[in-house]
Write a protein of this length. Structure first.
Length: 311
């Protein structure tokens, strides 16, 4: 059985999947990346996926968020919220420094796992997906520095400036089109890797979910003032459902495992560093509940990944 790990985007809410995986790791007594044939992550999930691919434990990635998250999202003030109207809310420098302290000069080709990390090309509006060299056609991305890939997938519009790649491409957060990347992951497994759909299981971890805030009464007549921010939430929610549906359709419900607990609206923000402890605790408790149903993912190690092109 081929096993996929998929991790959603969500800013500092990445503490939840990091904690979830750290608890699983501690319980089964084995590193997460040893047990998956493909790891896909978007934005903060992309950072976690890159860390796992580089051989770090989930516990080490959780520590990364706990120690450096407050520096990355420093100053949750009224000034920053007002600044967000005309400029990116945060400077990229602290994020880049944090990523560099973790990954140094490592490149995508150093990964022990097949990785897929989505982003978006602002110049053309096309999707831009970084991939390890798990297909002969993938001849370039494996040379890219991990820090650059992480900055590209996590450049959330209005929160961080776009990231300019080494070739001059302006890139933004992959969450714009694949915040929940599980559908993308399954398509990659079947369409690119050629795996049999009946021989694939996916473990998908979100960064918590919220109930809809769309009021149905008179919704047809509401204008921009009402739909403004709500439209973004609606896009994100429907994308996640579509991605989940794609995985279910292709693999069947028995091979799809999705964990993203519903919390009250506004409970956790993308930059709510004051809630790191709560997110960590929630990740631990949800993992404990999930373990009986997902323990089989860790009964055997995945086959060794041998890339088509090497550094």
């Amino acid at each position: 059985m081929k096993k996929i790990l998929s991790i959603d985007g969500g800013g500092i809410k990445g503490v939840f999947p990091a904690s979830f995986l750290a608890t699983v790791e501690d319980t089964v007594g084995a590193k997460i990346n040893d047990h998956f044939d493909l790891i896909v992550g978007t934005s903060t999930g992309g950072i976690i996926a890159l860390g796992l691919g580089m051989g770090y434990s989930a516990k080490e990635m959780l520590s990364f968020y706990e120690e450096l998250g407050p520096k990355i999202f420093k100053g949750n003030s009224l000034f920053r919220r007002l600044r967000q109207i005309g400029f990116a809310k945060y400077d990229t420098t602290p994020l880049k420094e944090a990523l560099t302290s973790k990954f140094g000069d490592k490149r995508l080709g150093d990964s022990f796992n097949r990785l897929v990390i989505p982003s978006v090309n602002l110049e053309t509006g096309e999707v831009h997906v970084y991939k390890t060299s798990h297909n002969k056609r993938f001849e370039r991305d494996y040379k890219e520095k991990v820090v650059g890939v992480a900055l590209a997938t996590s450049a959330a519009p209005s929160y961080f400036p776009s990231h300019t790649s080494t070739t001059g491409i302006p890139l933004v957060d992959g969450g714009v089109w694949a915040n929940n990347p599980m559908g993308l992951a399954v398509v990659e497994a079947i369409g690119v890797l050629g795996w049999d759909k009946d021989d694939i299981e996916i473990l998908s971890i979100g960064c918590t979910s919220e109930p809809s805030n769309i009021k149905t009464a008179r919704k047809q007549s509401r204008g921009l003032a009402y739909w403004g921010v709500k439209m973004i939430d609606l896009f994100m929610s429907t994308q996640s459902f579509a991605s989940y549906g794609t995985a279910l359709l292709l693999l069947g419900s028995k091979n799809v495992y999705r964990f993203s607990p519903v919390v009250s609206r506004g409970r956790f923000g993308l930059d709510s560093i004051s809630e790191i402890g709560s997110l960590k605790g929630l990740g631990d408790s949800e993992a404990r509940k999930a373990l009986p149903s997902i323990r089989h993912f860790f009964s055997e190690k995945a086959d060794l990944f041998i890339p088509e092109h090497k550094l």
